[in-house]
Design a protein around this ligand. Structure first.
Ligand SMILES: NC(=O)c1ccc[n+]([C@@H]2O[C@H](COP(=O)([O-])OP(=O)(O)OC[C@H]3O[C@@H](n4cnc5c(N)ncnc54)[C@H](OP(=O)(O)O)[C@@H]3O)[C@@H](O)[C@H]2O)c1
Length: 312
């Protein structure tokens, strides 16, 4: 199959391209920089050099490529994961999702693309008991930045799923971990945890759903090949409360135990978003992805090691 990938050089783009090439797909990758995309060339990928905000250039690139499928993995997120860096990046990240994404989608329509898959996010179901599924309402009244992100994501998913004549699939990924992510041993969160800068907030009952970056790529390829139009939550099998995963993560990194701060302290120092992620976030169910995509995610890297350490 001929597949056009926007965001091919990012954290999920890199393993995705490797998977697609391994399976024999022809890939055209959008990047702003020939230098950055050099390794893609070496993998036999054709490059389309353009800025996603240049609608005409993107349209010309997709029409030239004539792909059957487009995959959009565009983000503009920082290499550090702090309240400050995320809020500095927020405006451009929103713009890339809305305006950049709209340009790629319009180009796909103009080129007569059959199927379009895009990155979306699994973190934002309304707080409650049990796991959220694809139908669960989102937390529109969450903290300011979370609520703003939810509005953006709702809009980009709506646009895609309502686009006529295209099979649209939104992949709501869990928290990425693995090479090139914030949670890799050389990533920013690992560094913060080593310095005891990443605390458990309150009693740490926010539930996080995880996704290894390679599993994100595997699920995406499965959705290309046999997904049904609509939304999929792509997360691992073991959503975990912050107090559980963060303590295990610190042990795995040989870091000191994470400090604990009260909700009031977190509100003062880090703001309402930190409280949302630390105490209110709800885990997501991957049942649909397992059923329809035969998705078989691996166990969270540092929980595997914890189990081994406990058993020995
Ligand atoms: N679900 C999650 O947990 C989640 C989701 C996304 C990201 N993250 C985290 O965020 C961090 C950074 O993510 P990342 O590696 O994907 O980001 P990144 O390295 O900034 O990659 C973003 C991709 O978007 C493309 N892009 C950005 N602006 C563009 C533009 N104007 N025109 C064309 N293409 C553009 C980039 O292409 P070029 O630079 O080649 O042009 C690149 O391929 C990582 O730690 C990752 O784990 C987490």
């Amino acid at each position: 199959m001929k597949i056009f990938v926007a965001g091919a050089t990012g954290a999920v783009g890199r393993p995705l391209i490797a998977q697609l090439r391994r399976l024999g797909h022809d890939v055209v990758a959008l990047s702003r920089s020939k230098e950055k995309a050099q390794t893609l060339l070496e993998q036999g990928v054709e490059l389309a050099i353009a800025d996603v905000f240049d609608a005409d250039a993107v349209k010309a690139a997709v029409i030239r490529a004539q792909p059957e499928v487009v995959i959009e993995q565009l983000t503009s997120l920082p290499k550090t994961y702090t309240g400050e860096s995320m809020s500095t990046a927020a405006a451009l990240n929103t713009r890339i999702r809305l305006e950049g994404g709209a340009n790629v989608l319009a180009a796909a329509q103009a080129a007569g693309v059959r199927r379009y898959l895009r990155q979306s996010i699994a973190f934002w179901a309304v707080p409650g008991t049990g796991l959220a599924d694809e139908e669960t309402t989102l937390a529109f009244d969450a903290s300011k930045a979370v609520a703003a992100d939810i509005l953006t994501v709702t809009e980009i998913e709506r646009r895609l799923l309502e686009t006529p004549n295209i099979e649209g699939i939104a992949l709501r990924y869990g928290f990425f971990y693995g090479p090139g992510t914030w949670f890799a041993p050389d990533g920013d969160v690992a560094q913060q945890v080593r310095q005891q800068q990443f605390p458990i907030v309150g009693n740490g009952e926010g539930v996080w759903s995880w996704l290894h970056i390679e599993d994100a790529a595997i699920a995406t390829v499965a959705a290309v090949e046999r997904g049904n139009p609509g939304i999929y939550l792509i997360t691992d099998d073991q959503p975990l409360e912050v107090r559980v995963w963060l303590s295990a993560y610190a042990r795995w990194l040989n870091a000191p135990p994470p400090p604990q701060v009260s909700v009031e302290q977190a509100l003062q120092v880090s703001g309402a978003d930190a409280v949302y992620y630390g105490t209110q976030m709800r885990g997501a169910s991957n049942a649909k992805a397992k059923r329809e995509l035969n998705f078989q995610p691996r166990q969270l890297e540092w929980m595997v090691d914890t189990a081994v350490a406990c058993a020995s």
